[in-house]
Design a binder for this molecule. Sequence first.
Ligand code: GSH
Length: 215
Amino acid sequence: MAEPFELIGFRYSVYTRIVRIALIETGTDASYLEVDPFSDSPALERFTPLGLVPVLRHGDFTLTETAAILRYLARVTGTDRLMPRDPRALARMEQVMGVADTSLYWPLVRQVFSHGFFAPQMGEPYDPEQVTAGLEAGRNGLRLLDGIAEEGLVLRGDAMTLADLHLAPMIDYFTRVAAGAEMLASHPALSAWWSGMAGSPLLLASEPFPDVPRP
Ligand SMILES: N[C@@H](CCC(=O)N[C@@H](CS)C(=O)NCC(=O)O)C(=O)O
């Protein structure tokens, strides 16, 4: 019998959503365990000492780090089309995933989205200066990705790779804040990519705020 998959995640976590859409795109059925890493990190300790979601389990194999999980899913399901064969396209895919992690997640998601959308929505305290700081801190990463989208090896719209899956939920959250949507609009190639991704069934099926209209 095939070994079962289990995703341990949190409904509002952007990284959990990346794995969710990768599960859909690779046609992988997985059970789901909800754990809020911000309030219940002891529950995560039996899976990871880092206290972060997502965690993917496949039988007795436990994996963390979203980029590693995506590559594993692509390989183990034989969804080779998500990892380009061309060495330069593959390198660009890896680059986009790395830039998203190191230069976009914190400013776009934890600063702009968390303080400009999530906390106000949840009635939690927030700091509007974090939105301004995040917009500034995310500027160079967005400029870099705009150049990559313009080059066209990945983020093409016609051939999805792991880079699309990794980036889309972050841009989705970022553009729920009007100032984020405005900043994205000043990057023409990245905006063109995003306008093709924005209403995709993958994102609709994994929508974390189904009852809240987008700005
Ligand atoms: N490098 C990790 C990052 C995961 C991550 O930062 N997850 C967030 C939720 S989106 C988390 O669990 N945060 C809990 C915390 O910061 O305490 C990955 O790629 O999976």
